[in-house]
Design a protein. Sequence first.
Length: 319
Amino acid sequence: MPCEGCMERDNVSTGATMEFLLLGFSELLRLRVLLFLLFLIVHLVTLAGNMMIFMAVVMEPSRPPMLFFLCQLSAIELCYTLVIVPKALLSLDGSTISFLGCAAQMHLFVALGGAECFLLAAMSYDRYVAICQPLRYAALMSEGLCLRLALACALAAFAVALALTVAVFRLPFCRSRRINHFFCDVPAVLHLACTQGYGPELPLLAACVLLLLLPFLLILASYACIAAALLRITSPVGRGKAFCTCVSHLAITVLHYGCATFVYIRPKSSYSPDRDKVVSLVYTNITPLMYPLIYSLRNKEVRGMLRKMLRRKKIAQVN
């Protein structure tokens, strides 16, 4: 007997007129004003922090690879928060989103998150070359290579995200179209699918392998080589200086991969909407806010770059 309200595969053409209901935090209606103000403040501070770093790097006449990749990371975080947070602010107590709007949001979210994973791997390679092959650093990490790496990160993530989004939205949705989340996250939408077995989870598993596991293994390999190189450094000062160049990248990697692994690398049967919403708040609001703080506090080049940008602004105002 067909399930009630089931959207069969042969009716996919009507998907453009179908809507989902994002429940957001409708169970916390009494706190919606406080939540809205809190999320709005965090969102504005996040945008300001990432925009400052992005503009400071763009205005810098000479950009070493580390700053170039940091600029890309800030640009990704700007787009990432703009894709998720404005709609989330509107859906704190529930709002509708169209079928195509939900698919577009999911695709952009996965593509930007995947691009960040690949970019973190590229940044770990940059640190590996800087510490393990310092004499060849300028030749290996040329501007052309950095541009190709950044472009490859974006295109690969876009392709994987597109394949995953198409696979998810080709599924029939038999359950209520009420998404217990504040955006169209993959597990939340998969939870509505009218399917049996683990077949629908295979595209998500493949995407996790390509976007999470593969870059993470590259990062581990880079840091294994870096650790071996640090052990060969006899001077404590030299060892500490080399390690400090990696601290910011390590902190961001742990934050990004910790949240992503917790949410996506697990079976559909263990899906918990309330728990996932809390974790999603961390990686869509808190971690993008912390990235500029981590880099500006732990990296002398970034602090110097920001000071120069502020000095230019003061001089421009005086003139």
